[in-house]
Design a binder for this molecule. Structure first.
Ligand code: NAD
Length: 370
């Protein structure tokens, strides 16, 4: 029997509550799927700081490096606003991304039919929407040096951030996008600003060259990032996979995702390079939302983003596409039945708690898997 090793890092606030619902799904799959998930848990974020004075311990990092995938909840909250910068809760997530080499951030924007009216766009524009934004996560302007604020002779200040990309960095993220597209609708849009940025020129050249040698059968379109932002609200269904750099990806993925509904619905995956020996990628799956201190501990959180993140783990880390499909269908069915957590509540629907939503998804999964 195949055994997969998962590290669960619930973190702070609602991360703890939404992770509990994922654990129920893992227990179900252990019983029914013919695959065994062995789970370990550890602390991250404020919880790790309270216990150990750091945002993640070396021991937890060891577990993450040894695991087949990390499932992450959320970190942070006002309780830790005053802790030293180096050990602030977010530092745990940043260390995980860095030490696991997670350079590819996958942010799906899926519109569940039952929630199409909750979008700020018209129903016909978003119903059935299914986009994957592939954002480069470890390079570009967020990390390039120099990165500084200096005081000039006349007393004014000057701030500098540096956008840097190498051939290798662009090529590897392009390959992730082409691989994904080949399992979806076979279409990639590469978004940059080649008209005004040298990194945009290189990005364009390397994606074009990678396409030629690596994935000539995938349709490739180049689009300027500003036009991409416009097209995402004009006609989002023209896109399948969008690949872009760290900064544009940050903005475009939030834009695409919000076209589809609430923060409580949005999953994500971050992947590293394939291991040369096994072909397996390091991977971390997490909801897009934070720890939601305003509703934490009240059983009010929407667990769907975390559950859908686990569905991504099934698909991308464990090749369990059938189970991932069933889990996503279970979510869609529960929404069709009119069950809603507070964040996605609509008139005429039934408001349920975090644990009730988790139980409803599990019950639906049970029917689909029977
Ligand atoms: P947030 O995502 O935690 O919450 C924003 C709003 O959305 C809140 O009103 C919250 O109640 C609601 N919300 C979010 N997720 C929800 C869910 N699953 N179900 C129902 N409602 C939900 O963002 P914030 O308030 O800006 O940040 C709170 C803390 O989380 C801060 O400390 C921030 O630094 C941290 N944060 C962490 C991550 C992460 O762990 N990856 C991401 C973003 C923010």
């Amino acid at each position: 029997m195949t055994t997969h090793h998962l590290l669960l890092l619930p973190g702070d606030g609602i991360g703890v509550e939404t992770m509990a619902e994922v654990e129920r799904i893992i227990a179900f799959l252990n019983e029914k799927s013919g695959v065994t998930f062995k789970t370990e848990s550890d602390l991250v974020g404020g919880a790790a700081y309270d216990a150990h004075g750091v945002a993640i311990t070396d021991e937890a990092m060891e577990k993450a490096l040894k695991s087949d995938a990390v499932i992450f909840g959320a970190v942070g909250g006002p309780k830790w606003d005053g802790v030293p910068y180096a050990v602030r809760p977010e530092a745990g997530l940043l260390r995980l991304r860095k030490d696991l080499g997670l350079f590819a951030n996958l942010r799906p924007a899926i519109c569940y039919p039952a929630l199409a009216d909750a979008s700020s766009l018209k129903r016909e524009l978003v119903e059935g929407l299914d986009i994957m934004i592939v954002r480069e996560l470890t390079g570009g302007v967020y990390f390039g040096e120099p990165k500084e604020i200096v005081t000039l002779e006349d007393g004014q200040k000057r701030a500098v951030d540096t956008q840097i990309y190498t051939t290798h960095e662009i090529e590897r993220i392009a390959k992730v996008a082409f691989d994904l597209a080949s399992k979806r609708s076979n279409k990639v849009h590469s978004a940059e600003k080649r008209n005004v940025m040298r990194t945009g020129v290189l990005w364009n050249e390397v994606v074009t060259a990678t396409h030629k040698t690596y994935a000539p059968n995938v349709e490739l379109n180049h689009i300027l990032a500003d036009n991409c932002a416009m097209q995402l609200v004009r006609n989002p269904k023209q896109f399948d996979v969008i690949v872009t750099d760290n900064l544009f990806g940050d903005v475009l993925s939030d834009e695409a995702a919000m076209a589809t509904g609430s923060l409580g619905m949005l999953p994500s995956a971050s992947l590293g390079a394939p291991d040369p020996a096994t072909g397996k990628r390091k991977a971390l799956y997490e909801p897009v939302h934070g720890s939601a201190p305003d509703i934490a501990g009240k059983n009010l959180a929407n667990p769907i983003a975390t559950i859908a993140s686990f569905a991504m783990a099934l698909r991308y880390s464990f090749d369990m596409g059938k189970e991932a499909d069933q889990l996503e269908t279970a979510i869609a069915n529960v929404l069709d039945q009119g069950l809603r957590t507070g964040d996605i509540m609509q008139p005429g629907m039934k408001q349920v708690s975090c644990s009730d939503m988790g139980a409803a998804v599990l019950a639906e999964l049970g029917k689909l898997a029977a």
